[in-house]
Design a protein around this ligand. Structure first.
Ligand SMILES: NC(=O)C[C@H](N)C(=O)O
Length: 326
């Protein structure tokens, strides 16, 4: 029976391993049946299935469509859970973080094992996500990722393992934790992410490519990306350094007005302009490149796509990255 204390939960299923089983054609594992939340008395669950994809097939356009869908669901629900494949889960979480301005908790989760494996982690992660989404303390913290009992904010969470059940981490780490004693959930938060601006692009029309730096890179692949894209992100070395050969290339692109954002392929820490040797971070910034702060390359790409799609200038984009307005 629906009463005044009935909590309303929307569960938006998008595919991933949490919806997967061995494929009927015998080739690997594919998304098939979305899981149902079990063990949540006193809640009215509204299931939605906007798409059913392995997350490597999820695009920024899907992510923005999800953001619009959730913006419509939020006022009518006490919490929203999104089930998602883990491979690009952090990108969807970050795009939601950038574009959703709702107070209603939005919690993403998934699984690392499919429904026919002995260690299927789908039901536990889904129930944890539901409890966190319906918990009053989750309100106003921005989109969250719940995995293996840890609660992460969308800005810093990243996938850290290809197969382990505790597949998510990031720097500086979880902002909370859910544990269950029998049917009773214990949700505890250690931190509240700062309020950040939200952005409202109608569509993600800008093209942004990522280049990955390595020892001995002399710019292979650079010119093609420069020509095709409206902006680029380089997963550079350490604090944001590149081989010397890249400095004139970056200077050419930035001088021509297309933003070049420098992220790092190192797994934690900021990009800062320390080094003055050719290709060092200080020389790249002097040549017009924009440091990505603490964002990894794929999150920096989404932010750059959002800002370019809104028609922001290179100076406005630099300001957003510099001030951490994301
Ligand atoms: N664990 C997973 O969900 C991985 C899967 N390849 C996906 O992202 O769709």
């Amino acid at each position: 029976m629906i009463g005044p204390s009935t909590r309303r939960l929307a569960v938006v299923h998008t595919g991933g391993t949490i919806a997967s089983r061995p494929s009927p054609d015998g080739v690997g594992v594919t998304p098939q049946v979305a899981p149902t939340v079990s063990g949540l008395p006193g809640a009215l669950v509204h299931d939605l299935r906007p798409f059913n994809l392995p997350s490597p097939h999820v695009t920024p356009a899907h992510m923005l469509a999800l953001s619009h869908l959730i913006a419509g669901l939020a006022p009518e629900h006490d919490g929203v859970v999104v089930t998602h494949g883990t491979d690009t889960l952090e990108e969807t979480a970050f795009l939601l973080h950038l574009t959703l301005g709702v107070q209603t908790p939005v919690v993403l989760t998934g699984s690392m094992r499919h429904a026919e494996e002995v260690s299927w982690d789908g039901p536990g992660n889904l129930l944890d996500a539901a409890h966190v989404a319906l918990h009053p303390a989750s309100r106003g913290r921005g989109p969250l990722v719940v995995f293996g009992g840890d609660i992460f904010d969308a800005r810093t969470v990243t996938k850290v393992h290809t197969t382990a059940v505790d597949a998510f981490g990031g720097y500086p780490g979880p902002i909370g934790r859910i544990d269950r004693a029998g049917a009773t959930p214990h949700v505890r938060f250690f931190a509240r992410p700062e309020a950040r601006p939200t952005y409202h692009p109608a569509a993600l029309t800008a093209r942004v490519e990522i280049l990955y730096a390595y020892a001995g890179w002399t710019g292979e692949g650079y010119a093609g990306a420069e020509e095709r894209a409206d902006g680029s992100v380089i997963a550079a070395l350490g604090t944001g350094n590149l081989p010397a050969e890249l400095l004139p290339l970056v200077a050419r692109t930035a001088g021509g007005g297309k933003p070049v954002v420098i992220a790092t392929r190192t797994h934690a820490g900021p990009v800062i302009p320390v080094y003055g040797y050719p290709g060092g971070g200080a020389t790249l910034v002097a040549a017009g490149a924009i440091p990505a702060s603490f964002l990894n390359a794929h999150k920096a790409r989404l932010l750059l796509m959002v800002l370019l799609s809104l028609g922001k200038t290179r100076e406005e984009i630099r300001q957003v990255f510099e001030e951490g307005a994301f």
